[in-house]
Design a protein around this ligand. Structure first.
Ligand code: ADP
Ligand code: MG
Length: 919
């Protein structure tokens, strides 16, 4: 591809120079990162900025979970300002110094009357380009990315008067078509976000002479940049942050900012063209509804799904930068500034140029830290943001030099490759809130059900008892009645029979005595006739009696039947009661199960709070959850900073939970069969152990023993890490230190350390041993059981946090030794030297990591206190380190201690004289 044969009829010489320009551009396109980028193709003349950049669903798909990112080159557009009235007049006779070929995305810069250079950009915007089109090709893809949760930067670079502020900052009050990028971007953001779940906050700042001023609060005129040491993210916590809900408020804010900028510049005797204006828009969007499948309803019972996922928030930050004019200012101070000031004015802009050069050339060192602007834009160039740059130029041939340098800046910026990363976080707080609500609901439902069942059982029982006693009463009445009736009948019949018998006997006797035989015979005949009548009468009444008795028997049988029926009834009522009892038992089993679930929920909630704690601490750059900082740690505790109220709230909920569930129960879970439960339990115990108030209770309840057993019996590294952290915290207390030693803690910790891979596990173990090192009474035992060797063994991992704990342990040990020597309780060489600690001490004495160095310096001073160590210290170079400490240590007390030690030890004095070193 050759551009040399331009329509200017270029000479061979000019052809070469044109090719050079194109080549440099071409090399931009052939960088490997570009070819892998979906946005690298620029062949289609009609494709816009937008269509070439990565946005929409594809970016979400690629750049999520793995924490990686997608390549996204800095996109650069060039915009030409129309001639103004003055130029119309003054340059009327001259051709413009640039010629644009927007359809080819090319710009030709006239070198002189016969020679031009050609440059290619991502977009070429002519003097006729509307503000709407400029927004669409330069800003819209960036704004869309912000809404998806990426960071983004839109920046204008160019000579004063070429239209940077026109492009970015026009409010368009008088003419809506004139609205600039800031106004249009906010319109698009506000149209897209939802007020229930999302928020939009704005800061507006000015950077002038390496000072950041708050344009929303002029009294706030020296804002500092804060950098997260872990993630490297920069922020301006001191800047005013205003939540925006309506476009009008935003316009008002921009107006206010502009007014303050004008006032500030008047006061500083400068113009806005010398300062950088920076607008920051933080868009936070909650992904809640899309990712919260944690509870399923199942016939009135809730079951936890195994994988609770907290809701997710995405935080995209848009930075819009209206840079100071790129023209060189006269360093002699023609604007009334001294030379130093003039340098300072230019510092940020020239540092930006240097960084972009370094990035474009893939240089190993990018001097980001040279200026505030480059620190602020760390993420925009070579970082994780999507960045669009618009370089503005004027048409006048009088400013050809400046135009040229602006174009070259743009060309270099096109080579900068960023790695776009989704800014996504878990929203633990809202998950915790929702779980808590769910938990309360479960508890209440359960209570209501329980109460209703108890009432039902009572009702059925009373009813059955009433029925039984009623039946019994009826039965007894009927029986009694029947018995009386039978008795009466019977008595009556007997009476009758007796009477009849008497009557018949009386008749027979008198007849025998008073009549003659004949009479007697005839009488006898007659009487025998009456007797036989009576007999038949008697027979009749006997039959009647028999009948009566039979009917009475039947009645009795009937009553018996009734009795057995009511017995049956009674037994069915009893079985009903039994059934209900069964139901009640089932219910209470169900209740127990629910309570179990609640405990699980609580422990998972706790786990989440714990994770959230850790995450937050990591984000805040705070150190350990378990191992305290500082040398005199035997009395130190990890404390949360006071402003961190939600954490206190979570701590309180852990404490409350431990009250509810009971410490013994939690400790018993340490031996649970289920690995998940064990991990949760040990995390809970670790969290409790971080609070001094709980430590005694934990030890009393046998927690220390259980934690040591975990190290002894399990091989899970997470368990080891958390258990060691808990032990480290318990090891802050002198009584516990003795207990740990007595239970073989040193050997256990050493073995665990020898097998551990994770630096955090090693950090916890080193922290625990370091605490034990500070106990005067345990020195000999600790050393005998290999404590010092274990500490030195851990330096193999090289992690600074681990090294800091090792150094702290050594310093603690050395301090105890020097105390014992001073009290005449110890003679002979330091055990640290015996165990070979000295070479490591010397090797790390001048490390850059202050957390390590501080301890080592102190250890050196303590070792040097005792003359018997002097020879070894001289032999392995520790003396020279001590001299350095006496000169350079930032802590005055240590410096003085080192100096005193040097002058009080005769062996050191002699050696220093020999080496001709003054101290
Ligand atoms: P800078 O911020 O780069 O110093 P300005 O944005 O203040 O430049 O523009 C300088 C002048 O040029 C202003 O009067 C502005 O209205 C005018 N101007 C800049 N760009 C354009 C454009 N594309 N169309 C019309 N006028 C423009
Ligand atoms: Mg301006």
């Amino acid at each position: 591809m050759s551009f040399s044969g331009g329509r200017n009829g270029a000479s061979a010489a000019h052809g070469r120079s044109s090719l050079k320009a194109i080549d440099s551009r071409n090399s931009t396109f052939h960088k490997p990162a570009h070819s892998s980028s979906p946005s690298s193709s620029s062949s289609s003349a009609s494709s816009s900025f937008k269509s070439k950049t990565l946005h929409g669903s594809s970016s979400r798909k690629i750049a999520t979970k793995d924490g990686g990112g997608v390549p996204g080159r800095v996109r650069v557009a060039v915009r030409l300002r129309p001639r103004n009235a003055e130029e119309m007049e003054a340059d009327a006779d001259f051709a413009e110094c640039v010629e644009l070929q927007p359809e080819l995305k090319r710009l030709k810069l006239r070198k002189n009357n016969w020679d031009t250079d050609t440059y290619e950009f991502d977009e070429v915007l002519t003097e006729f380009a509307s503000q709407k089109r400029v927004y669409e090709v330069v800003a819209k893809p960036v704004v869309e990315s912000i809404l998806e949760g990426y960071n983004g930067t839109i920046m204008a670079y160019g000579q004063t008067g070429t239209g940077k502020t026109y492009t970015l900052g026009r409010l368009g009050g008088e003419d809506p078509a004139a609205r600039g990028i800031m106004v249009r971007a906010m319109e698009e953001i506000l149209a897209e976000v939802s007020w229930e779940t999302d928020s939009v906050c704005v800061s507006y700042l000015q950077l002038y002479m390496e000072t950041i001023q708050d344009l929303l609060d002029p009294s706030n005129d020296n804002i500092s940049i804060v950098e997260d040491p872990k993630t490297g993210d920069v922020s301006l916590p001191g800047a005013t942050l205003v939540e925006i809900r309506e476009q009008n408020n935003f316009i008002e804010l921009l107006r206010l900012g502009e007014a303050h900028r004008f006032a500030a510049n008047t006061k500083l005797n400068t113009e806005s063209s010398r300062s950088h204006a920076i607008l920051m828009v933080q868009v936070t969007r909650s992904m809640n509804e899309r990712s919260f499948p944690y509870i399923t309803e199942n016939g009135g019972n809730s079951f936890l799904s195994k994988n609770i996922k907290p809701p997710i928030v995405r935080k995209g930050k848009l930075v819009v930068v209206d840079l100071a004019g790129s023209e060189r200012i006269d360093k002699s101070g023609s604007e009334g500034h001294a030379l130093e000031e003039a340098k300072s004015i230019n510092l940020s802009l020239s540092a930006l140029g240097k960084c972009i050069n370094a990035l474009a050339e893939n240089s190993a060192h990018v001097p980001v830290r040279d200026s505030k602007l480059t620190r602020l834009l760390k993420d925009s160039f070579g970082g994780t943001a999507r960045t669009s740059l618009v370089v503005t130029i004027g048409p006048s041939p009088r400013h050809r030099g400046e135009t040229m340098s602006t174009i070259m800046f743009g060309q270099r910026a096109m080579k900068v490759e960023n790695m776009l990363k989704l800014k996504e976080e878990f929203d633990y707080k809202s998950l915790s809130r929702r779980l808590e609500v769910q938990l309360h609901k479960l508890v209440e439902d359960n209570e209501r059900q329980q109460k209703a069942f108890e009432e039902e059982i009572e009702r059925v029982q009373v009813e059955a008892e009433n029925r039984i006693s009623e039946t019994e009463r009826k039965f007894t009445d009927a029986l009694e009645k029947e018995r009386l009736k039978c008795q009466k009948n019977y008595m009556e019949s007997i009476k009758k029979l007796e009477e009849e018998l008497l009557v018949s006997q009386g008749k027979n006797g008198s007849a025998v005595m008073a009549v003659s035989p004949k009479e007697s015979l005839s009488k006898r005949e007659a009487s025998s006739i009456t007797s036989s009548e009576e007999i038949s009468n008697l027979k009749k009444s006997l039959e009647k009696e028999t009948l009566l008795k039979r009917s009475a028997d039947e009645d009795v049988t009937n009553l018996r039947k009734q009795l057995s029926q009511s017995r049956l009834l009674e037994s069915s009522a009893t079985s009903e009661i039994l059934r209900l009892r069964q139901l009640l038992e089932n219910e209470s089993r169900q209740k127990e199960k629910l309570e179990g679930e609640i405990t699980t929920l609580q422990s998972q909630l706790l786990q989440l709070s714990f994770d959230a704690d850790e995450t937050r601490r990591r984000l805040d750059g705070g150190g350990s959850a378990y191992v305290p900082e500082g040398l005199e740690s035997a009395t130190l505790q990890v404390r949360h900073s006071e402003h961190n109220e939600p954490e206190d709230g979570e701590k309180a909920s852990v404490a409350k939970l431990s009250e509810q569930v009971g410490l013994h129960k939690i400790l018993s879970l340490l031996e649970a069969d289920d690995a998940d439960v064990r991990i949760h339990a040990v995390k809970v115990v670790a969290n409790l152990a971080a609070e001094e108030a709980n430590q005694e209770k934990i030890v009393e309840a046998g927690g220390l023993m259980s934690l040591l057993n975990l190290l002894r019996n399990l091989e899970d590294e997470t368990v080891h890490r958390v258990a060691a952290g808990a032990i480290a915290n318990l090891a802050m207390n002198e009584v516990n230190q003795e207990l740990i030693m007595a239970q073989g803690g040193i050997r256990l910790l050493s073995t665990t350390a020898a097998n551990a891979e994770d630096p955090q596990t090693l950090r916890m173990i080193a922290g625990a041993i370091a605490n034990l090192c500070g106990n005067d009474k345990l020195q000999m035992k600790l050393r005998a059981e290999g404590g010092i060797k274990a500490l030195l063994g851990m330096v193999r991992c090289g992690h600074p946090d681990v090294l800091a704990q090792v150094a702290r342990g050594i310093a603690n040990f050395a301090k105890c030794e020097s105390r014992a020597s001073a009290q005449g309780m110890k003679s002979g060489r330091s055990l640290l030297i015996d165990d070979g600690a000295l070479p490591w001490i010397v090797q790390n004495a001048s490390t850059e990591a202050s957390a390590i160095r501080r301890h080592i310096e102190l250890a050196l001073c303590h070792l040097a206190q005792h003359d018997v160590n002097a020879r070894d210290m001289i032999n392995c170079g520790a003396l020279l380190e001590l001299v350095r400490v006496s000169r350079d240590c930032t802590r005055e007390d240590i410096r003085l201690l080192a100096r005193r030690t040097l002058s009080s030890c005769p062996a050191f004095r002699t050696e220093l004289r020999r080496l001709r070193i003054d101290y």
